[in-house]
Design a protein around this ligand. Structure first.
Ligand code: FPP
Length: 248
């Protein structure tokens, strides 16, 4: 914990939780066990973020592409999510954590949709941290959805063509109410964005670690934040300009 400056924390951390399957194989267990252990790592990370004061945490739990996995694995993942939401709800309320779900929820089975809706409604008043779970989510799909909605609003005369801007498009995305991520972590030694937060991560700092998601612990999160704090974020400016802006 001494490794990080609590006054300069990333406001929004996004995580691609990868490596559950490989963790299971390493332990000669079935993939389901890897996902189960992965759900425990989710608990640890949520708790740590809340403790240190991260305002927004976004987890990539299930991509649109994940629907193509064997039906049994999809079912295990859905069950784990439902269990997670049901078992953590009281603790979320107690810790003032708002649950936010993004993705194409139409694709989900009714019992999960019910659990999601309940989790969102019952935590809607919570303010200290926002936990966003990306489910049946795809970054390109999200942008297409936003473009369709904008086109519909232009057709209806709600907005005019000249009003379409980067800022306006952002308000049509699932993440309209969230700041862009400052730090994006991907575990398991893979160096890809895999269709996650494509628009939102334009200026995000990326951190890759070989640690498999089920092994990801508090110390690994702290190491990622420490690395983030060493970086200079320039947003396209020069170092001199950034230093001047900091002074001003
Ligand atoms: C990637 O590992 C992980 C997933 C596709 C699912 C992530 C789900 C969880 C961590 C559990 C439940 C989530 C919550 C929010 C409670 P992989 O299966 O692709 O691993 P591999 O690349 O090693 O096969």
């Amino acid at each position: 914990m001494e490794k990080i400056d609590l006054k300069r924390l990333p406001r929004h951390i996004a995580i691609i939780m990868d490596g559950n399957g490989r963790w299971a194989a390493q332990h000669t267990l079935g993939r389901a066990s890897g996902h189960k252990k992965g759900a425990d790592a989710v608990r640890t990370v949520v708790k740590t973020c809340r403790e240190i004061g991260i305002g927004y945490l976004t987890l990539y739990a299930f991509s649109v592409e994940n629907w193509l996995r064997p039906a049994e694995e999809v079912s295990v993942l859905m069950k784990l999510l439902e269990e997670y939401l049901n078992s953590e709800l009281a603790s979320m309320i107690e810790n003032d954590i708002r649950i936010n779900i993004i993705g194409d929820l139409e694709e989900l089975r009714p019992s999960i949709r019910k659990a999601l809706k309940e989790a969102m409604t019952k935590t809607a008043h919570c303010r200290t941290m926002v936990l966003t779970i990306a489910l049946s989510y795809g970054g390109r799909d999200e942008i297409v959805m936003a473009v369709r909605k904008i086109a519909a609003d232009v057709t209806r005369g709600k907005i005019v063509l000249a009003e379409i801007s980067k800022e306006l498009l952002s308000t049509y995305l699932y993440t309209a109410t969230l700041p862009d991520p400052d730090l994006l972590i991907r575990t398991s030694g893979e160096y890809r964005l895999s269709n996650f937060l494509l628009w939102q991560s334009a200026y995000t700092e990326f951190y890759f670690t070989d640690v498999l998601w089920p092994d990801f612990q508090k110390k690994d999160l702290i190491a990622a934040i420490a690395e983030f704090q060493k970086r200079e974020r320039r947003f396209g400016l020069t170092s001199d300009q950034v230093r001047e802006e900091m002074k001003g």
